[in-house]
Design a binder for this molecule. Sequence first.
Ligand code: NAP
Length: 279
Amino acid sequence: MPARIMDGTSVAASLLAETAQRVKDFVARTGRTPLLATALVGDDPASHTYVRMKSARCARVGIASRRVALPAETTTDDLVARIAELSADPAVDGILLQHPVPAHIDERAAFEAIAPDKDVDGVTMHSFAAMAFGEPGFHSCTPGGILRLLDAYDVPLTGRRAVVIGRSPILGKPVGMLLLARDATVTYCHSKTTDLAATVAEADIVIAAVGRPELVRGAWLKPGAVVVDAGYNPGNIGDVEYAAAEHRASLITPVPGGVGPMTIAVLLAQTVQAAETRG
Ligand code: NAP
């Protein structure tokens, strides 16, 4: 029997509707509109498209957005100064630095200029530590979206064996931390892992976060595994061999329409949360 699909578009739509209501309540209560500031360096067309999409989504739930577009030759110091200004600006509730930034910029330094209470994209070391320690704080948006999707489908996590493939600071590492905080037994795999197929075969829950088309073969999966494919490769191809995986998994995310829509929905939910906390 083919796996049940975890429909990220529909779960994200519920979260967006809930966020729109929270925005309305916030505006009625305070007389001000939550504001997300987006900083973008350079003229990469894909990054500009992402930022436009995010502004359009903000507008749909009633969040205002401010775009700060900086030239490609911006230095780390300039970028840090601009982000520090946004951090200090009382009108700004959330800050998103569109990444990757150009290679000459120290991305970590730029992220760390985001005030922790405005880090709605969950990229700072402060937010990572909160995720790792199980303390309140903002989640990295894609990991936060993955957890919400698993919860929406009532996937039990306690005591289950989760294998995370990928260990990037914004995706692989934090999603493992969030699963650990929910009492899953977590194994990380990465490019130096020697026994990927055998490790995946033991997983009750597989999170693919690599960026390699169909790296995870359907035949590797334990029958009944829950499969979350965060990968997005050209041609709408995920990191999991979907055609084979859907016949072994019990639940699986499609690409597109799985993890992707959850990411932006979490960003907006965290922006209104930041506004509510700041008052
Ligand atoms: P990344 O920074 O390039 O990290 C990729 C990770 O995969 C690294 O940890 C790398 O290991 C590991 N890896 C590479 N080749 C591998 C292999 N053959 N076997 C096992 N692990 C391997 O990428 P990312 O930013 O985390 O993104 C990963 C994917 O998720 C991409 O397709 C991206 O487009 C997608 N993504 C989607 C969303 C969304 O909203 N849906 C958001 C963010 C990212 P090393 O650490 O050893 O190099």
